[in-house]
Design a binder for this molecule. Structure first.
Ligand code: SAH
Length: 230
């Protein structure tokens, strides 16, 4: 009994201290990994400083949550490197009135970052277990996010068109349904290429009814898988 009280007491004493440690790690992550590599948008930097990345990784990865690399999240999937999350968020030039679609919810972290900046976030995950766990993580503090378990190749037509689309799994080509669900003037960022090699992160813009693409940087993402039944 006494030892239980001692443990609870120790936990209550250390919990706030632990949060400060994570806050300091986030500050360092932003200045050393993100700002140093050129990300400048203040709303993106603020979201990266605020969202608790350690709450989106599996328990055995919490100590690595702010490392400069992707981390395993189970089911052969990964949470992207913090810099890549920040870069992709900056590239779509997010604004507070935006409605954004994300393909590849994974841990829910990218959706949480978007949620802190824009008005509405719709995110699709194909692995049901990941979709459910992300829904749980997002439901209290990120209420403007809706998660759907489905094949994101088809987008989420009912809520479109979107001001921006962020695809966080590598596609062999740009899915036509996603282009059609992008607003006029909208931006999509998507890794395209072979899933065995590095892919190219591409910025797609829809202007005057036509679509332009621009190569941004080489990246390595897990593949955008397809559901055979759909
Ligand atoms: N954005 C995530 C990381 C994505 S990893 C994060 O912040 O953690 C890529 C994710 O895309 C994986 O969870 C994978 O299961 C999912 N995925 C792969 N193919 C998909 C598809 N066709 N539709 C929706 N999600 C897909």
């Amino acid at each position: 009994m006494l030892s239980t009280i001692c443990y609870i007491g120790l936990f209550l004493l250390l919990a706030p201290w632990q949060e400060d440690v994570y806050k300091a790690k986030r500050e360092k992550m932003v200045s050393q990994q993100i700002q140093r590599r050129g990300v400048k948008d203040p709303v993106v930097l603020k979201a990266m400083r605020t969202v608790k990345r350690h709450e989106f990784v599996p328990a055995d990865q919490t100590k690595n949550a702010y490392d400069d690399r992707p981390l395993p999240i189970g089911y052969g999937q990964t949470i992207s490197q913090p810099y890549i999350v920040a870069y992709m968020t900056e590239v779509i030039k997010p604004q507070s009135h935006f409605k954004v679609l994300e393909i590849g919810t994974g841990s829910g972290y990218q959706a949480a970052i978007l949620s802190a900046i824009v008005k509405e976030v719709y995110t699709i995950e194909i692995v049901p277990e990941l979709g459910k766990s992300a829904t749980e993580k997002l439901k209290t503090n990120y209420r403007n996010v809706q998660v759907k378990i489905s094949d994101g190749y088809h987008g989420w037509k009912e809520n479109g068109p979107y001001d921006a689309i962020v695809v966080t799994a590598a596609a062999e080509h740009i899915p036509p349904p996603l282009i059609s669900q992008l607003k006029e003037g909208g931006k999509m960022v998507i890794p395209v290429g072979s899933t065995f090699l590095t892919q190219m992160l591409i910025l797609v813009e829809k202007k005057n009814g036509s679509t332009t693409t621009k190569n941004l940087l080489p990246v390595t993402f897990v593949p955008l898988t397809r559901k055979k039944s759909e």
